[in-house]
Design a protein around this ligand. Structure first.
Ligand code: ACO
Length: 339
């Protein structure tokens, strides 16, 4: 789905940004002490050096509240009209986690809902929030991406256990002018349900309810066909990026900062090569936090803001690929933001 850009009077403008990582850090060597892997393999095959993980009493809502409150503070506003939470690791299968997050942020009564598009979730949620602002339904939206994949990944399965980390990031969107810094450009979103088995947890849903029949160990955990996902992630993020750039009227060479879903450093490098955007323009955060799923783009944005890689006026391209399969991209000119 592509949203029409031209003629849109009200744009959604990024007005605040915040993120949070749980305090517990797990380095590659710690993982190598419990599964058959090595720091060298993880670093060279993924670019990841460490990740943050939740403690048992820390559900996704806690991550989301921490990031959400920082984004509200950065925007200098205590209130929004709606809270949208992108997550594939909700606190419970039912109900959605967003209402609890809104309540803990002092926003009880506001509409709040979850968006499920795995690693593309943040872009889907951002597009949903932007659409609500564009239609005139709301003035301000809090969009949060939060995931705790350490709670769904098999700790003994080396191809997934080393890749994922936990965390959250959030932005506040406000109604504004399409020409002002921070205004989100056109979105390009897509999905292909024929690839539902590529990235999945087979058991526990309505297809295989575990109340009636306990699931096998592999079916209970998150599973990903890594190599196939790698190739598709590169292809779909490249295509979505090219479409979003064309709709925004930008050439790839004009992109100052490329913020990809932080899946694997080799994926990021392949996209920058294919788009012909120099690798120095990639914002890289995965070395410090791994693949944080729906949190990865806002975490990378907050990282880029803190390091000075994202400066006002920079042309920024965002792109993601995730389970579903789902993918997307959008653009913005970086605004002045407080941290
Ligand atoms: N340590 C050591 N060896 C390992 C490890 C490990 N942690 N993991 C896998 N290997 C081995 C495999 O067993 C295999 O060994 P073999 O050749 O003897 O069979 C070998 O390394 C190569 O395995 P591959 O799966 O081909 O490894 P690859 O280089 O593809 O890396 C990875 C695996 C990191 C998962 C990669 O495929 C990847 O990043 N995929 C894309 C992930 C992605 O894009 N995710 C985005 C969406 S995620 C979402 O939506 C939640």
């Amino acid at each position: 789905m592509s949203t029409p850009h031209t003629g849109r009077v009200r744009a959604a403008v990024v007005a605040g940004l915040g993120s949070w990582l749980p305090p517990r850090v797990v380095g590659n060597d710690e993982l190598a002490g419990r599964i058959d892997t090595s720091d060298e393999w993880i670093r060279t095959r993924t670019g990841i050096r460490r990740r943050h993980v939740v403690d048992p009493a820390m559900p996704t809502s806690r991550l989301a509240v921490e990031a959400g409150s920082r984004a509200l503070e950065s925007a200098g506003v205590p209130d929004v009209d709606v809270v949208i939470l992108a997550t594939a690791t909700p606190d419970r299968r039912c109900p959605a986690t967003a209402p609890l997050v809104a309540h803990r942020l002092g926003l009880t009564g506001r509409p709040a809902f979850d968006v499920s598009a795995v690693c593309t979730g943040f872009l889907y949620a951002l597009a949903t929030g932007a659409g609500m602002i564009g239609s005139g339904a709301v003035e301000r939206v809090l969009v949060i991406g939060a995931d705790a994949f350490s709670t769904i990944v098999d700790p003994l399965e080396r191809s997934t256990a080393v890749v994922f980390g936990d965390g959250a990031g959030a932005v506040v969107l406000r109604a504004g002018d399409p020409e002002e810094p921070g205004a989100l450009g056109p979105f390009v979103l897509g999905s292909d349900g024929s690839l539902a088995d590529l990235i999945t947890i087979r058991a526990g849903g309505s297809e295989h309810p575990t109340v009636e029949q306990p699931a096998s160990r592999p079916d209970s955990y998150f599973a990903m066909r890594g190599q196939e996902t790698f190739a598709l992630a590169v292809a779909r993020m490249e295509e979505a990026s090219r479409s979003a750039l064309a709709k925004a009227g930008w050439k790839p060479g004009q992109v100052d900062r490329l913020v990809c879903h932080q899946a694997n450093l080799r994926i990021l490098q392949a996209i920058s090569r294919r788009l012909d955007v120099p690798q120095e323009r990639l914002v890289v955060h995965l070395d410090l936090a791994g693949n944080t799923a729906a949190a990865s783009i806002p975490l990378a944005l907050d990282h880029g803001l803190s390091t000075g890689e994202l400066t006002p006026g920079a042309r920024v391209l965002l792109t993601a690929f995730g389970g579903g399969a789902t993918w997307g991209a959008t653009t913005l000119t970086w605004p002045e933001l407080k941290r």
